[in-house]
Design a protein around this ligand. Structure first.
Ligand code: NAD
Ligand code: UDP
Length: 343
């Protein structure tokens, strides 16, 4: 049985991927410093899968602590989710983002090299396509015209990984470019619930539906899109998790660096997301139109054909599934709902 080190395994995408790995015959160990997650998520992964696994409260910046993990565990490959991801914060605190994301990755790669672990799956992002590419985005388009430090860390890490594979044929990496992950595990036990006022669309809609925020601001209704609001490729986090296991399986059989879009290939507007959420939940989401958000592109979505042809992966869940599961997770967080489910 192969052991996969999952950095950031307590986070939103990492936790769903841990479940998928455990359910597909992999052993895992998790490294997370819980700066944007909670150890309780690791208990929830155990509750869903019935499987125990080691975890380490460890910051990738802490080289000694990371070395200790590699001494204690016999690792076959790494899936690297750990990173900071708030675009606006990255503009305010660029050095924090470069240190955490880029230096953290370099520390990880050095430990991997020293311990002879040379297979890595990396969480990249559609943001690396920047502002100038036509849609849909294809993997062979130029990248790097990023518009904020967060996106630049992703483009830089992609380049570091390509250079590493070029320098030594024993290295093999998968660069997975996610589009807009939403949804939650159907159990309702893991999902996304950021601290503070959310920046992203679906967590914001959740707060409005819960009644903790009064209305949604829709940023722009004059874009050249189907209804004037921004269009994105929303993908269910459980589909993403399956994509990671497929990529990992392929990683053990490949050499060099490969890159795949993980998206559905379908664009949905903000208004379509709001309407679909209302239909699935039965809860109204009041909204008002607000000015465009600085840095937002009108529309983008994936060309998802490469992952289908080469990994045999295709997203299965619809936007309605994503809205239903996101809402189910939020409802399950309230104690009364949990008691009802337990009965
Ligand atoms: P998340 O914040 O929920 O998970 C990231 C996890 O990494 C958290 O548990 C956090 O505590 C941990 N972490 C951060 N810095 C660390 C460090 N230095 N050492 C150890 N642990 C650390 O985010 P997510 O949505 O699950 O995203 C996972 C990855 O996917 C990130 O790299 C993110 O940039 C990338 N990504 C996310 C999205 C998205 O919309 N969610 C889109 C594209 C790419
Ligand atoms: N959006 C919005 N109101 C919000 C948050 C987001 O109208 O409160 C829009 C945003 O302008 C974009 C889409 O929803 O068109 C997705 O934004 P999100 O921040 O979730 O992801 P992004 O694609 O920007 O990474």
């Amino acid at each position: 049985m192969k052991t996969i080190l999952v950095t950031g395994g307590a986070g939103f995408i990492g936790s769903h991927t841990c479940v998928e790995l455990l359910q597909n015959g992999y052993r895992i160990c998790v490294v997370d410093n819980f700066c944007n997650s909670s150890p309780a998520t690791l208990d929830a992964i155990h509750e869903i899968t019935g499987k125990y696994f080691p975890s380490y409260n460890c910051d990738l910046i802490d080289e000694k602590a990371l070395a200790q993990v590699f001494q204690e565990e016999k690792i076959d490959a790494v899936i690297h989710f750990a990173g900071l991801k708030a675009v606006g914060e990255s503009v305010q605190k660029p050095t924090l983002y470069y240190r955490n994301n880029v230096t953290g990755t370099l520390n990880l790669l050095e430990q991997m090299e020293q311990n002879g672990v040379r297979r890595l799956v990396f969480s990249s992002s559609a943001t690396v396509y920047g502002e100038n590419n036509p849609i849909p985005y294809k993997e062979d388009m130029p990248t790097g015209q990023t518009t904020n430090p967060y996106g630049t860390t992703k483009a830089m890490i992609e380049q570091i990984l390509r250079d590493l594979c070029q320098s030594d044929s024993r290295w093999s990496t998968m660069l997975l470019r996610y589009f807009n992950p939403i949804g939650a595990h159907p159990s309702g036990l893991i999902g996304e619930d950021p601290n503070g006022i959310p920046n992203n669309l679906m967590p914001y809609i959740m707060r409005v539906a819960q009644g903790t925020l009064p209305y949604l601001n829709i940023f722009g209704n004059d874009y050249p899109t189907k209804d004037g609001t921004g269009v994105r490729d929303y993908i269910h986090v459980c589909d993403l998790a399956v994509g990671h296991v497929k990529a990992l399986n392929a990683l053990f059989a490949q050499e060099g660096a490969s890159v795949y879009n993980l998206g559905t290939g379908q664009g949905s507007s903000v208004l379509e997301v709001v309407k679909t959420f209302e239909q699935e939940s039965g809860v109204p989401v009041p909204y008002q139109f607000a000015p465009r958000r600085a840095g937002d592109l009108p529309e983008y979505f994936a060309d998802a054909s490469k992952a289908m042809q080469e990994l045999g992966w295709q997203a299965q869940f619809t936007l309605a599934d994503m809205c239903r599961d996101s809402w189910n997770f939020i409802k399950m967080k309230s104690p009364s709902e949990r008691e009802l489910v337990a009965k």
